[in-house]
Design a protein around this ligand. Structure first.
Ligand code: PMV
Length: 349
């Protein structure tokens, strides 16, 4: 009856300003410290689940997207394992129902609306979309064991990919332990940021983030890391929760400058862990440094600029306030003149 039916869900990516880096051993993607991210609704993964005649569960790239996703064998395994997890947790009675073999006959396709070969992590949006698609399918088949809240779905998704749990909310999201929630910001300013990523290197990274989570624990600098990240997370959350005043300590510019400093120290902290792990590894390239130096000098000249951060990769993520659109365009043009590709939500300017 349900054969051939397709269930589709989409989910956005997110960029962390306080990083999830380091997992507690023995637990499923339990971060050693709190993290805070900004959701990127313009960078989306779409997952479709189609009930098939075959008894296999298969993954394929969605060819309707202009640059199909390429998942390694281990990437596919991880994705399919999460599908199994979704089946077991969302619909444990599924096996006993009349569609007894159905969950073994599913074609999973996924596609990104952003170039998937440009080195942008898509695991957060992919796992969130898969979790949502599975929930949608089981809801339609009326085999959900109970009502699931968005927070519970985020917690389930976390077991597939830690950072994906933050993709269930927007714009600012806090994750610590089992707690995943939106940060309530009184000022609308914080929900309207413009995102640009400077694509320094399009190649697949040599050290995966799963590997990075393990290796950072060997760095001598990991000592104190949890306390440093927790402190930054609490400062950042407090700043986002402040009502902006016309002047004084909580004026827009002062808050912005402090958020910039927090984000800047935080990504260097994470990259210092990479460089001092045993064995050490790195993602920063000379082009990443050219980008960072240019933006840093711009900040020094004018006392203003974008929030800057880097993930476990060489690309540089920038968040501008909505009133900085002109500055953003100017800086993008300069970066382009240095042969650096940028990707923004309004790709045409
Ligand atoms: O969710 P994972 O295992 O891909 O880890 C992501 C880790 C970082 O992207 C480097 C930081 C973060 O908090 O998103």
């Amino acid at each position: 009856m349900m054969r051939g039916k397709t269930f589709v869900a989409t989910a956005p990516s997110n960029i962390a300003l306080i990083k999830y880096m380091g997992k507690n051993p023995g637990e499923v993607n339990q971060a050693t410290n709190a993290s805070i991210s900004y959701t990127l609704p313009h960078l989306i993964t779409q997952v479709s689940l189609t009930v098939t005649d075959s008894k296999d569960v298969q993954w394929q790239p969605d060819l309707s997207f202009s640059t199909p996703i390429q998942l390694s064998e281990s990437g596919q395994k991880k994705f399919l394992r999460h599908w199994e997890r979704c089946c077991q947790r969302l619909a444990p009675r599924f096996d006993n129902l009349q569609f007894s073999n159905l969950h073994k006959g599913v074609l999973i396709t996924s596609g990104n609306n952003f170039p998937s070969d440009c080195g942008l992590a898509s695991s957060a949006s992919s796992f969130a979309a898969l979790t949502l698609a599975a929930h949608k399918m089981f809801q339609a088949l009326e085999v959900l064991d109970r009502e699931w809240t968005l927070t519970e779905l985020a917690q389930l998704s976390r077991e597939g990919s830690g950072s994906s749990c933050r993709s269930f909310f927007e714009p600012w999201v806090f994750w610590s332990g089992n707690e995943v929630r939106r940060i309530e910001c009184p000022s609308s300013e914080w929900g309207q940021l413009l995102h640009t990523v400077v694509i320094v290197d399009e190649k697949k990274k040599k050290v995966s983030s799963s590997e990075a989570h393990q290796r950072v624990l060997t760095s001598a600098l990991f000592e104190g890391r949890v306390a440093r990240a927790e402190l930054r997370a609490s400062h950042l959350e407090n700043l986002l929760k402040k009502s902006i005043t016309i002047d004084g300590d909580f004026s827009l510019q002062r808050i912005w400058n402090r958020i910039f400093e927090i984000a800047w120290s935080e990504f260097w902290d994470m990259h210092a862990l990479f460089e001092t792990s045993s064995p050490p590894f790195y993602y920063l390239t000379p082009k990443s440094l050219v980008t960072l130096r240019y933006l840093q000098e711009e900040w020094e000249k004018s006392g203003d600029g974008p929030l800057i951060t880097m993930d476990a990769g060489p690309n540089v993520h920038l968040l501008y306030r909505s009133d900085q659109r002109e500055l953003r365009n100017k800086q993008r043009a300069h970066l382009r003149s240095l042969d650096l590709l940028t990707l923004s939500e309004d790709r045409n300017d």
